[in-house]
Ligand binder design. Structure first.
Ligand code: SAM
Ligand code: SF4
Length: 473
């Protein structure tokens, strides 16, 4: 990755806090959302250009009469950039010990009703085997912030997860959601072979941040804000940002996410790989007043705006949300979802071990469907479920990920890889009914491919039916 001194002018210095609330509010207070301006901005986004802060502010301020147009633009853009693929993953909670005191989280140190646990190596293996038995290929490992979860330990768990192979199952991409590290720490974790390192700023407003983060290292707003700069400095060029919606004004947080994206692009030539926008969910001993709670309507609008603002950044929506909200927002924004999610520690293998894990959840989820049910619904709605991990394994990450913008990239790589990973899933894990549906979806998607490529994909599908695995472009 190259340092870009020209683009990285003041105030975008590497590893320096870059959020200026007054600047964000001046954009929000100054943006006039007239119809023609909104249309111009949507058109700019449809030409696959990232939006500026002031353009994003115009969309944010657009009234109810313009929201449909914004969603329609986002729908079109999403089809152009992502096609009909939805990438699937599952979270794996490794440990809920935590020294911080985030008022919204069930893991916070002052929540004495939480049962603390770190999975042992054997338990991690059990969990990964259960996940592989369900057909998962991509995981995100989640940790509290605690001295036990140091970089060496995180790297150890990553390698352990990759080493577990059950039947034809294997985990091909391990992402991380953990506390900010120093540069050496990121280096250690990076070398273990992770995909994305995710860190959510929670709220981009420094004053609001103080109100919710009452203790521990996480109190330090700037340390967290600059975390992914340190990751980049340590050679991790695949990073994920996020805000926890419900802590502060949602309009400010959307601007914060776009500002964070600009900062990373200015300093490292590559924006975040993904953006997450969880809404606060009920948690054990939750201590929130609900003032900034985001209703469904605003939530859907902000997802459409994010889609338009950052055309090439993956948008993740987790099982914190209901199946209905997930299904609707996939049409105009969301490109990655989790399926078959369990967030209580040891939850995936619990039914086998008959262990109950009450009070070990971080919060409550709203989509408890199995991976098979999620895939079934995706296919019904004409989406192509994908477990593809090809880009990251072929080094198409970071700056190179921008190759994604090359015309034809989706047809050349993404659709074939989605087809191949779905074919594997069907052969190894699907019920006869789901398999039938799945093969029909594969046939339908193959028609979009050029003839030569179609032949090549058919050939690979035959090899999969004959027992080969992990074929990709
Ligand atoms: N401990 C690390 C940290 O705080 O960055 C990583 C793990 S934390 C368990 C992952 C994310 O969960 C947090 O960044 C926060 O955005 C989200 N979260 C915490 N409490 C939540 C709640 N009650 N509802 C929804 N999401 C929540
Ligand atoms: Fe700990 Fe992260 Fe929960 Fe805060 S959000 S209490 S740091 S696990």
């Amino acid at each position: 990755m190259k340092f870009n001194p020209e683009k990285c002018a003041v105030p975008d210095l590497r590893m320096e806090p870059f959020i200026d609330p007054a600047e964000i509010w001046s954009h929000l207070n100054g943006a006039l959302p007239d119809r023609s301006r909104v249309r111009e901005i949507i058109a700019k986004s449809l030409s696959k250009e990232r939006l500026t802060l002031s353009e994003t502010a115009v969309l944010i301020n657009a009234g109810p009469d313009l929201v449909e147009e914004i969603k329609e633009g986002a729908r079109e853009l999403k089809k152009k950039v992502y096609g009909n693929r939805i990438v699937l993953f599952a979270p794996l909670y490794i440990g809920n010990k935590c020294s911080n005191n985030c008022t919204y989280c069930g893991f916070r140190v002052t929540n004495t009703s939480a049962k603390r646990k770190t999975l042992s190596d054997e338990e991690i293996i059990d969990e990964v085997e259960a996940l592989e038995d369900n057909g998962q290929k991509r995981l995100i490992l989640v940790y509290g912030e605690h001295p036990e979860y140091n970089p060496d330990y995180i790297a150890h768990t990553v390698k352990l997860v990759y080493s577990v192979k059950k039947g034809r199952g294997e985990i091909r991409r391990v992402n991380i959601n953990a506390a900010p590290l120093d540069i050496d720490g990121f280096r250690i974790v990076g070398r273990s072979g992770i995909g994305t390192f995710q860190i959510f700023q929670e709220t981009y407003d420094p004053e609001a941040y103080k109100l919710y983060h009452l203790g521990g290292r996480k109190k330090d707003y700037a340390w967290r804000l600059t975390a992914l700069d340190r990751a980049q400095e340590a050679g991790i060029d695949d990073v994920g940002i996020g805000a926890l919606f419900g802590l502060y004004d949602w309009r400010f947080e959307v601007m914060g996410l776009v500002r964070h994206t600009n900062h990373l692009e200015a300093c490292y030539n590559v924006g975040p790989h993904t953006i997450s926008f969880p809404r606060i969910k009920d948690a054990s001993a939750l201590n929130m007043n609900g003032r900034y709670q985001v209703n469904d309507e605003d939530f859907k609008k902000l997802i459409a705006i994010l889609r338009l603002a950052v055309p090439y950044t993956g948008l993740i929506l987790t099982a914190r949300e209901t199946p209905d909200v997930r299904s609707e927002t996939m049409a105009f924004g969301v490109s990655q979802i989790d399926g078959g999610t369990k967030i209580e520690l040891g939850g995936y293998s619990a039914s086998r071990n008959e262990e109950q894990n009450l009070n070990r959840e971080q919060f409550r989820i709203s989509d408890e469907r199995s991976l098979a049910e999620v895939i079934d619904e995706l296919i019904d709605n004409d989406y192509m479920p994908s477990f593809c991990t090809a880009c990251y394994r072929l080094g198409r990450t970071g700056e190179h990920f921008m190759e994604f913008s090359v015309p034809g990239f989706i047809k050349r790589y993404c659709t074939p890889n989605a087809v191949l990973t779905l074919a594997e899933y069907i052969v190894d894990y699907a019920s006869p009914e789901l398999a039938e549906k799945g093969w029909r979806a594969i046939e339908k998607n193959m028609t979009a491919l050029d003839e030569n490529l179609r032949e090549s994909v058919r050939n690979k599908i035959d090899r999969i039916r004959n027992g080969e695995r992990d074929l990709y472009y």
